[in-house]
Design a binder for this molecule. Structure first.
Ligand SMILES: *[C@@H]1O[C@H](CO)[C@@H](O)[C@H](O)[C@H]1NC(C)=O
Ligand SMILES: *[C@@H]1O[C@H](CO)[C@@H](O)[C@H](O)[C@H]1NC(C)=O
Ligand SMILES: *[C@@H]1O[C@H](CO)[C@@H](O)[C@H](O)[C@H]1NC(C)=O
Ligand SMILES: [Cu+2]
Length: 352
């Protein structure tokens, strides 16, 4: 088994990601979703019309031309960077914990709100259903999400990786260079700005991708969804969703990151993966699997559990009063508010 735990452990900055609420404040009755009669609908990327796709991409480009507000991320130039930077500072604390799903759900919500409120986007955050592509049998280069005109551009040209860059000696890399086409090239004014190891520095560079088709097909397996849907409590569900830090054990979340980002691609860099705009479509699909699981049984809406500290599965557990801190991306929120996709705080649903 090839482990990538050390990638996370070696992340440079350890910022305080979370804090426990001093007093219990979970409502004694479940929150009534009275404020969410008309949820916005998150749809699969390829089911959007070409106009809807262009509107989404234009809104993402708009974030990249809107000045940063995240003062804690000195290297952030624009609003798109703010999200990448806050993720980078918290990466060591928000993966392989019980609130991995809540943290990323809240981040996606904040991003969707920024697109809508700051960039006049009127749609919802789309998701990417990996299985449609995996099942198609098409080479990754032909997956619609990577289309140069109606998608996010494709793979980088092949670049050799040094042993230091590829510490696990992964084989099957096909790219590594700059994304050559689509809306997110340097020629189209898109750069990944935050320094890879120091969020206080701006070092604009190209978005890279390093497709690893064998990693994608090994990790993105239908059996994972079957196993997830058989879980009856959140702790077990969340544990299976993150899986093991391994390149052999099926794991849909890791499969998206490392199948597309590989060794040298932005999306395979645990700290900086939100620098690739497809991060948000990928994580929307992860969030969707959780939302669909929650909807199967009302008791699952308020089910939580899992470790506060990474990999500390038998240690202190999260509860509904545990708070998520997104720095300048939004106010600190207790987990119970993040359990409801159709509640007072967030108001969205998935089309299927
Ligand atoms: C959003 O729409 C408003 C009202 O039409 C306009 O004033 C504003 O400039 C638009 N913002 C962006 C980022 O396009
Ligand atoms: C890139 O930005 C520059 C400076 O704002 C602008 O002049 C140019 O038209 C932009 N290019 C594209 C392809 O959007
Ligand atoms: C990122 O920052 C580090 C440390 O400050 C520096 O050594 C490195 O060259 C920077 N990376 C880039 C791509 O500029
Ligand atoms: Cu993450």
């Amino acid at each position: 088994m090839v482990a990538y735990r050390s990638i996370l452990a070696s992340a440079a900055a350890l910022f305080l990601a979370v804090s426990a609420a001093p007093t219990p404040d979970v409502p004694s009755t479940p929150l009534i979703p009275a404020a969410c009669n008309n949820p916005i609908v998150r749809k699969e990327w390829r089911s959007l019309t070409n106009t809807e796709k262009a509107n989404y991409i234009n809104a993402v480009k708009c974030l990249t031309t809107t000045p940063s507000i995240a003062t804690s991320i000195g290297g952030a130039i624009n609003r798109f960077d703010d999200f990448q930077g806050v993720h980078a500072t918290q990466t060591p604390n928000i993966h392989f914990v019980g609130f991995f799903l809540h943290w990323h759900r809240y981040m996606l919500h904040a991003y969707e709100q920024a697109l809508r409120n700051e960039c006049n986007y009127t749609g919802a955050q789309p998701y990417w259903d990996w299985f449609i592509d995996i099942d198609s049998g098409l080479p990754m280069e032909q997956w619609p999400i990577f289309d140069a005109v109606t998608g996010f551009g494709g793979n980088g040209p092949y670049v050799e990786a040094t042993a230091e860059q590829n510490p696990f000696g992964l084989t099957g890399r096909t790219g590594g260079g700059c994304v050559p086409d689509g809306p997110f090239t340097v020629a189209n004014n898109f750069t990944v700005n935050i320094n890879k190891t120091d969020v206080s520095r701006s070092d604009p560079r190209c978005l890279t991708r390093d497709f690893m088709p064998t990693v994608a097909t090994t990790l993105i397996q239908h059996s994972v969804v079957t196993e997830l849907n058989a879980k009856t409590n959140f702790k077990d569900f969340a544990y299976r969703m993150e899986g093991l830090p391994s390149f052999d054990y099926p794991n849909v979340h890791g499969g998206g990151h490392f199948g597309v980002g590989g060794v040298l691609g932005t999306f395979g860099d645990s700290n900086n993966s939100p620098g690739d705009p497809i991060f948000y479509l990928h994580h929307a699909n992860v969030d969707r699997l959780w939302a669909l699981w929650q909807e199967q049984d009302p008791s699952r809406i308020l089910s939580v559990g899992g470790p506060i500290s990474p990999f500390d599965y038998e240690g202190d557990q999260i509860d509904l009063n545990f708070h998520i801190n997104l720095a300048e991306l939004g106010p600190s929120r207790p987990l119970y508010e993040l359990q409801y996709t159709r509640g007072p705080m967030m108001c969205y649903r998935y089309d299927q």
